[in-house]
Design a protein around this ligand. Structure first.
Ligand code: PLP
Length: 384
């Protein structure tokens, strides 16, 4: 075989596979892709256009623009974290940050705890980094518990696997659930007990509706053992601009920087300039988008509850209703909904075995389309 065994062992992304089916289909309403439907706020675009006109198209420092790193360090105080620009590395989206954090931390055969259902990249990137992905189930409300973490850790340790990192993501993709202080404390206690690093993907922190987002790194003693990942794709609708960041303690920061400088060099300069403007003046735009997501969430949950059990999402722009009463598995449900009613959702199984029996619906479409999509889902379920 000419290709690597670890790559061959990976399944293709369940989301992408599904979306190949609807590319170019104008007649389909998509609640599928996790991408905001708002344009990048005008003031951010204007700043980027202006810098392009000035011919700013060079590489930046590997670390990222200092002004951006400083703004991020100040901004994170809002989530309870006190750090300096020296802890901040600017990356090409959170996607890169997940990859280099795992590669910086893991030796071959070391374990990463991953609560399921979870974002699609954690497991494959752990494997590619030479680690062992230790998936464990969350509660029926999608909360990770110490009990399950200890259970999977015990089994892994008995097989000689050291627990090196604990991955979390809140508000969560695909469930929309977020973690309050007591849940974070439980995860933190576990990490301390195992002397593990917490990798905390907080990309939806600004889209937190039920309670104020707090970073796990804000808990006592946790800054030293946490790598915070965040970025501009979701909150500022900047998905294609590819800018994210990590906040990490010095040793992990240096290791991540080494990988980043060889594989990426730097995030796009224009996008970094846009990100500076987002943090400087983007609050009002953000508030407007947040208010619209809340309106859509409330509508969607109220209507879909007539046919499915669903937990009201605390944040992000996803709802994760249970389809178990239909008797269909999630892939079959999603395929039939697409072919019979022209609505795209993502089968829960794309987010790990624990996602089976659910579908992910992204309410990142305008209200008119959302209303039409829900009606079609209800019709479909009633026709079964
Ligand atoms: N992490 C989570 C939880 C996500 O949902 C996504 C995108 O959907 C990413 C990371 C990747 O984000 P980025 O566009 O910053 O690479």
């Amino acid at each position: 075989m000419r290709t690597s065994k670890s790559v061959e062992s990976l399944k293709p992304s369940g989301i992408r596979k599904f979306f190949e089916l609807i590319i170019g289909r104008e007649d389909v309403i998509s609640l599928g892709v996790g991408e905001p439907d708002f344009p990048v706020p005008w003031r951010i675009r204007e700043e980027m256009i202006y810098s392009l006109e000035k011919g700013i198209t060079s590489y930046t420092s590997n670390y990222g623009l200092y002004e951006l790193r400083e703004s991020i360090a100040n901004y994170y105080e809002k989530f309870g974290v006190k750090c300096t620009a020296e802890n901040v590395i600017v990356t090409t989206g959170v996607s890169e940050a997940v990859d280099i954090a795992l590669r910086a931390i893991l030796n071959p055969g070391e374990g990463v705890l991953i609560p399921e259902p979870c974002y699609v990249s954690y497991l494959p990137l752990t494997v590619l980094a030479g680690g062992v992905a230790l998936s464990y189930p969350t509660t029926p409300d999608f909360i990770p518990t110490c009990e399950e973490m200890l259970k999977i850790a015990k089994k892994a340790e008995s097989e000689g696997v050291k627990i090196k990192a604990v991955m979390i993501n809140y508000p969560n993709n695909p469930t929309g659930v977020s973690y309050n202080r007591s849940i974070l404390e439980e995860i933190a206690d576990f990490a301390v007990e195992k002397d593990a690093v917490v990798i905390s993907d907080e990309i939806y922190s600004e889209l937190s509706y039920s309670f104020k987002h707090r970073s796990i790194a804000s808990l006592e003693g946790m800054l030293e053992r946490s790598v915070i990942l965040n970025g501009f794709s979701k909150a500022y609708s900047m998905t294609g601009l590819r800018v994210g960041y990590a906040i990490a303690p010095e040793d992990i920061f240096n290791a991540m920087l080494k990988i980043h400088q060889y594989c990426m060099l730097c995030a796009p300069v224009i996008s970094q300039i846009g990100a500076i403007e987002a943090l400087r003046n983007g609050e009002k735009d953000l508030e407007e988008m947040r208010a619209e997501y809340i309106r859509r969430r409330n509508f969607f949950v109220k209507r879909i509850k007539n046919v499915f059990d669903v937990k009201k999402p605390d944040g992000a722009f996803y709802a994760f209703p249970s389809i178990s009463k239909t008797g269909l598995d999630s892939e079959e449900f999603a395929k039939r909904l697409l072919f019979e009613k022209k609505v795209a959702v993502v089968p829960g199984s794309a987010f790990g075995d624990c996602g089976e029996g659910y579908i992910r619906c992204a309410y990142a479409v305008g209200m008119d389309k959302l209303k039409e999509a829900v009606e079609r889902i209800v019709e479909f379920v009633e026709s079964l």
